[in-house]
Design a protein around this ligand. Sequence first.
Ligand SMILES: [Mg+2]
Length: 220
Amino acid sequence: MKIFLIPQKASALVFDMDNTLYTHDEYIRFQIESPIKRLAEKRGISFDEMKDAVAAYRKKHAEENRGAQLSLGNIFKSFGVSMEETIRWREELYRPELFLRRDRELRKALLRLSARFSLGLYTNNPVQVAGKTLACLGVEDCFPVIVGLDTCLVSKPSELSLRKTVELLGADAGSCISVGDRYDIDLALPLELGMGGILVDGVSDVYRLPSIFEDAGFCL
Ligand SMILES: [Mg+2]
């Protein structure tokens, strides 16, 4: 975990979902590889060729942008897949129920946090996939606000969808903290807009957040 900033006036937490609210390498890999497989079928090439082309595009972008990472949705856009199509593919392909189980420790941590903060989920998955994922984890009632890929039809990082999340939480940027596992996707823009930021290595870091906030002077 790396804490970048916890503003004392924080009243809302904006959570990333994948690799933040759960840690499951196989499911993360499935979420990357299954749409690449579909794109390969669409272009009439092999999965390995498509995977190599995506990796090469990712590498070139990072080299030209001081190492910055791209979301898969934005990579797919440059391969001619519209955001609407990406959303449809993910809704059809992703089956969180095959990989994820209820997480009582996560639920306990989120309930403690929700006593003090408004909780929002801000994800590059469609809202429908987010709902199914939260239900698998047993925390679907912990997030009154969900902003997904289909809310504004843009992929994170995006000022448009980030500001939408903040607005739905009834907060302002300076009183929100972004919590996520990828600096370039989840933290860089929020920090630039004056939000707080916490980089996590996975869900075990989310379990620790209540005590982190208590240590920072918040009463939960
Ligand atoms: Mg993530």
